[in-house]
Design a binder for this molecule. Structure first.
Ligand code: NDP
Ligand code: OXD
Length: 312
């Protein structure tokens, strides 16, 4: 039996699609009558405190999202393997966002927007994309996809990961020992790290001060599409104000929804989106997890299992 544990609105939509894909395998929602001991798989996002109660026979926990930081913090998380969402559709959506933001900053959007507001005609030709270095933190599924698409557009790309990663055309750095050198050549910093104790708060004043200056007119830029816990918002506001950063594109926040009182809303070169960079689509998500359940029931191993010790 598959149990869904999502928000009320989402749950029914996903349940209908899962039933169609898995029939006659039983699929239940939280409000249905079922014996918790019959549940073998739970498909979950932002689980409530009692989400796993009575689920003593779980074979796997299936995460709606690619990032599992919130799940890992659940105080009653069962000791079952956890599978995260890895899918071409998700990667494509994320890369769309990253490419759009990188291109916008490369083409000096903030500068020309300010000129327009001042009715100022002031020509400045941005250099070729190859003159811009995009540094991607996190060279996993999403980081690698974004890197390939940025390379195809002509940008210089470098990466930072926990262990060494070799991607053709990408200059790789890794570990604490490689961090400063990585930042020192980066004009546009893209965060695609998982949120773990090691990466919490990594987007802070110290990091911003180490980014390359002079490569991007107006100052270096950050793009955070991973988790709000990665960023120190007070540091971002300060850095945007004193010119340490030229701009920031933020899709995720320390508190979501971003409170109306946040100073970030009023900063013109802070580009805010409401955690929409890449959504797990129902069509792609059901196809992915229905195949995983069928394969697992047929005796095949689970794929994309989270390493709990690593935290991602
Ligand atoms: P992966 O697990 O595939 O990749 C993680 C990468 O981060 C790996 O390269 C890993 O290094 C690196 N990493 C982990 N810890 C460290 C560390 N301490 N120091 C340096 N590098 C580190 O993740 P995905 O690419 O699938 O997803 C990344 C994140 O994107 C998710 O965790 C989620 O938070 C976020 N996300 C946001 C969405 C949105 O809409 N805003 C949508 C989907 C995901 P190594 O290669 O050595 O293992
Ligand atoms: C995810 C997300 O982790 O949507 O997939 O944030």
């Amino acid at each position: 039996m598959l149990l869904l544990h999502l928000s009320d609105v989402e749950e029914t939509r996903w349940a209908e699609k899962f039933r169609a894909a898995l029939a006659p395998y039983p699929v239940v929602q939280r409000g249905d009558e079922f014996a918790p001991g019959d549940v073998r798989y739970i498909f979950v996002w932002k689980p409530k405190a009692d989400a796993f109660e009575g689920l003593g026979k779980l074979k796997a926990i299936l995460s709606l999202g690619a990032g599992v930081d919130a799940l890992l913090k659940h105080p009653k998380l069962p000791d079952a393997p956890m599978v995260r969402f890895v899918d071409d559709d998700l990667s494509q959506r994320m890369s769309d966002y990253v490419v759009a933001q990188v291109t916008m900053h490369h083409r000096l959007h903030s500068r020309f927007q300010a000129d327009q507001a001042a009715r100022r005609w002031s020509q400045l030709y941005p250099p070729a994309a190859a003159a811009r270095c995009v540094g991607i933190m996190g060279m996993g599924v999403l980081g690698q996809d974004a890197a390939r698409r940025l390379l195809a557009l002509g940008f210089a790309v470098r990466s930072w990961s926990r262990t060494p990663r070799t991607i053709e055309g990408v200059e790789g750095f890794c570990g604490a020992e490689g961090f400063d050198a990585f930042l020192g050549g980066t004009d546009i910093l893209v965060n695609l790290l998982p949120l773990t104790p090691e990466t919490t708060g990594i987007l802070n004043s110290d990091t911003f001060a180490k980014l390359r200056r002079g490569g991007l007119e107006g100052g270096p830029v950050i793009i955070n599409v991973a988790r709000g816990g990665h960023q120190r918002e007070a540091d971002i506001a300060r850095a945007l104000g004193d010119g340490t950063l030229g701009a920031a594109s933020l899709d995720v926040f320390e508190v979501e929804p971003l409170p109306a009182t946040s100073p970030l809303w009023d900063i013109p070169n802070c580009y805010i989106t409401p955690h929409i960079a890449a959504i797990s689509s129902e069509t792609a998500g059901v196809a992915y997890y229905a195949a995983i359940i069928k394969d697992h029931e047929a005796g095949k191993p689970l794929i994309n299992v989270v390493d709990r010790a690593r935290g991602y």
